[in-house]
Design a protein around this ligand. Structure first.
Ligand SMILES: Nc1nc2c(ncn2[C@@H]2O[C@H](COP(=O)(O)OP(=O)(O)OP(=O)(O)O)[C@@H](O)[C@H]2O)c(=O)[nH]1
Ligand SMILES: [Mg+2]
Length: 265
């Protein structure tokens, strides 16, 4: 039997790749220099004997406050192809702290494109290393954030993790601290794997996760447009730039008539 497929989503930089690596037991190093936040990618498939993890780039397609519509479209397009095989579960990753509009945008896009995964979505909260009670203190707020898209989520659908590290280990003190952090990372990785194993044991078959609307480019474009308007405000929304971005995307399956229709909407 093929290993269960898990989709990892969330806005940029929240810890999706860290979570993916923890799941496949990749050696988690303190060095993240191989990751370049500015480098766009559609998605990364991490494989182990236990899982296949599809680690997405931020669904919101936003980096350093620059909106790249064609990149967001390309990301989604590639991911939709990969998603035809369905998923056993999805992890929506957020970072302990405040949520912003790009968290909302990522959640909206996720819930509308992957409608079939709504009941199979769990929430992973990263950066809880100094704040074990974060979820208890913010549960009400989390519900307010997630429930419009995913319904009310019981406590067992959340897991808090912490993957702290020291970027440049120089002194003995750094080394001692890094040993403690490595222990914390390993503990979080164990908890995360047990959490995901639990979900997968309840969902033995992958679900056909895509909403029928997500297969229609017009609907997808409409979603992206709404998201960008939400983030940047209607007055800043540049219809021409949007159209140019779409044309620049060169997506063979996106036909112009549908795009024009979506732009009028
Ligand atoms: N302290 C701490 N740092 C974390 C944690 N999780 C992730 N990080 C760090 O946050 C940074 C971003 O993590 P990534 O896993 O690359 O985030 P991502 O969501 O994959 O980012 P993009 O792919 O760019 O969207 C890295 O420097 C990680 O080491 C955590 O729980 N605690
Ligand atoms: Mg990543």
């Amino acid at each position: 039997m093929a290993p269960p497929r898990i989709l990892i989503v969330g806005k940029m930089g929240v810890g999706k790749t860290t979570v993916s690596e923890a799941l496949i037991e990749a050696p988690m190093t303190a060095d993240d220099s191989c990751r370049d936040a500015k480098k766009p990618y559609e998605y990364i498939v991490h494989r182990s004997s236990a899982w296949t993890i599809i680690d997405t780039s931020g669904l919101d397609g936003i980096s350093n406050n620059e909106v790249s519509i064609s990149q967001a479209l390309r990301n989604l397009h590639g991911l939709l192809q990969e998603s035809m095989g369905g998923y056993h579960a999805a992890l929506f990753v957020i970072r302990a702290g405040r949520f912003d509009l790009s968290d909302t945008a990522a959640l909206q896009i996720f819930a509308s494109v992957f409608a079939g995964l709504r009941d199979r979505t769990q929430v992973v909260i990263t950066r809880c290393e100094n704040d074990e009670d974060w979820l208890e203190e913010n549960h009400g707020f989390c519900q307010k954030f997630f429930s419009p898209q995913l319904g009310v989520l019981p406590r067992e659908r959340f897991v808090c993790v912490g993957f702290p590290y020291i970027k440049h280990v120089k002194t003995d003190r750094d080394r001692a601290q890094e040993t403690i952090f490595a222990h914390e990372r390993a503990e979080s990785a164990d908890r995360l794997r047990a959490f995901v194993a639990g979900i997968v044991s309840r969902n033995a078959e992958p679900t056909n996760c895509l909403s029928s609307a997500s297969l229609k480019p017009a609907a997808l474009l409409h979603q992206l447009k709404m998201m960008l308007i939400q983030i940047h405000g209607l007055d800043k929304f540049d219809r021409k730039a949007f159209a140019a971005g779409v044309r620049g995307a060169h997506l063979p399956d996106f036909d112009d008539a549908a795009i024009q229709h979506a732009l009028k909407g």
